[in-house]
Design a protein around this ligand. Structure first.
Ligand code: ADP
Ligand code: MG
Length: 243
């Protein structure tokens, strides 16, 4: 589904250029749940941002269904960001003045023209409520972020990421700010969405335990993929599927 080919990315820091990705290659299959692990500073967030067209590489290519997406500009890139990818971050990035439902509606507010919004606001609200229900937060729709726990805020952020029905969810340390148990429940939610909605998930995590429960683990080091494995759990799942 997504092919990353010989990706190079550097940042300018003061006078020097720091090379972060050194010709990185990666393929993400449609429908899989892929974890990316690696030491901090190894370029995981940089890679995720590039995959999700939030930033542009220096060189190399990223293709989605065989079409290049690394060099899109303007409307085409905006559409890709809002329709194809859903994003979840470590610190939720909810707007503090808005209740959960309005936070979930944010992508629709941004995407729709004023006229388009008034014509279809009921449908959008219903869809946003359905997403909140889906993540187990329907009863909390009127709560502002400060009235929610970390796990609830992350659930709201997941609901927001799902609003536009993305094909691929990009989650950057979604459990990094949560206790172990709550983190597990968030990853379980992502696993359900992956299994039930055919949502492709790419998750960066520090937690190898959580990564082991996913379809595939890619380890990054020095701006490259150095290890790519399918954990045993996948084999168990395949074996039980064939009886
Ligand atoms: P990870 O997510 O694996 O911790 P990052 O992709 O965030 O790694 O960062 C990789 C390297 O790039 C780090 O050395 C970081 O300091 C640097 N870096 C990341 N973003 C920027 C930026 N916007 N400007 C300058 N340097 C950056
Ligand atoms: Mg990071």
């Amino acid at each position: 589904m997504l092919v990353v080919d010989n990706l190079q990315k550097s940042y300018r820091r003061h006078a020097e250029q720091v090379q972060v990705l050194h010709g990185l290659n990666l393929t993400v299959e449609s429908g899989e749940f892929l974890s990316i692990v690696g030491a901090s500073g190894s370029g995981k967030s940089t890679l995720l941002h590039l995959m999700g067209a939030l930033d542009a590489p220096d060189s190399g290519r990223i293709s989605l269904d065989g079409k290049r997406i690394d060099n899109l500009r303007g409307r085409a890139r905006d559409r890709l960001r809002s329709r194809t990818f859903g994003y979840v971050f470590q610190f939720y990035h909810l707007l503090p003045e808005l209740h959960a439902l309005d936070n979930v509606l944010m992508p629709a507010y941004i995407e729709a023209s004023v006229l388009g919004w008034w014509g279809s606001r009921k449908e959008w609200r219903m869809r946003a409520m359905a997403m909140l229900d889906r993540v187990g937060l329907g009863h909390r729709w009127k709560h502002k972020p400060r009235e929610m726990s970390g796990g609830e805020m992350q659930r709201a952020a997941v609901a927001r990421a799902l609003l536009m029905k993305p094909r691929m969810l990009l989650a950057d340390e979604p459990t990094g700010n949560l206790d172990v148990e709550t983190g597990e429940s968030i990853v379980n939610l992502l696993k359900e969405l992956n299994a039930e909605e055919q949502l492709t998930v790419v998750m960066v995590t520090h937690n190898l335990e959580l990564a082991r429960g996913t379809d595939r683990i890619v380890r990054m080091s020095g701006g490259r993929v150095v290890e790519d494995e399918k954990p045993a759990i996948l084999h168990h799942r395949l074996l039980s599927a064939v009886g």
